[in-house]
Design a protein around this ligand. Structure first.
Ligand code: ZN
Length: 213
């Protein structure tokens, strides 16, 4: 059986490169991406044709489709379904300990940690699972922790326009743990405070206490 992965789009048959108009980017075919991965295997001194590695480019791409599925998802649309009936509830709503896995845009190495989100609703609230979904959509892209924090906060702020919003991200960057300075236990914390959380220090302090409790 010939298991050689095609090197070019024409070799791969009908599959052709596509142009992504929305982002103005050229999308290589899956076959082209697999050819690149074969080159990377050879680059590190491997033989991409040895049995154990034959399926590796395909497996890596499947893993990447999972890790980077956030590019094709619409975070704004996720938050469109809201509820008005809250019986006058006007305090913060806190979603704690939302686990995430992302990848740093500098090394493409995992960043993982937790996101905590609190908002004071302005009439409308959103399903808690939708907030967790927004975290996943932005985490499943190449990121910096600063951008991840800002994107989560800005999207929730724009779509729900809450009275106040707080986002805290605490994460371990595996590029710091496994290479370079090798700091195993270093955690990076980033925050975004908007509206009443920014203006009212007591509210901000309450959020921080509830998150660390
Ligand atoms: Zn990195």
């Amino acid at each position: 059986m010939d298991r050689k992965i095609p090197e070019t789009a024409s070799e791969a048959g009908q599959e052709v490169e596509a142009w992504d108009n929305q982002r103005g980017l050229r999308h290589p075919t899956r076959q082209q991406a697999m050819a690149c991965l074969r080159s990377l295997l050879a680059f590190i001194g491997e033989n991409p044709d040895r049995e154990g590695l034959l399926e590796t480019p395909d497996r890596v791409l499947r893993a990447w489709e999972e890790y980077f599925g956030g590019y094709d998802a619409d975070a704004d649309a996720t938050l469109q379904t809201t509820f008005e009936e809250v019986d006058g509830y006007d305090d913060m709503i806190l979603l704690k300990d939302v686990d995430f896995v992302s990848h740093c845009e500098h090394h493409m190495i995992p960043i993982y940690g937790k996101v905590h989100i609190a908002y004071v609703p302005r009439n409308r609230v959103v399903g808690i699972s939708k907030l967790a979904r927004v975290v996943d959509i932005f985490a499943q892209r190449l990121q910096t922790q600063e951008s991840l924090t800002a994107q989560i906060a800005n999207t929730i702020d724009e779509v729900l326009s809450p009275i106040g919003l707080a986002v805290l991200v605490e994460a371990s960057h595996q590029c710091m743990v496994t290479r370079g300075i090798q700091k195993t236990h270093a955690m990076t914390v980033t925050t975004a405070f908007l509206g009443s959380f920014k203006e009212n220090e007591k509210l901000e302090q309450r959020f921080l206490r509830m998150v660390s409790a």
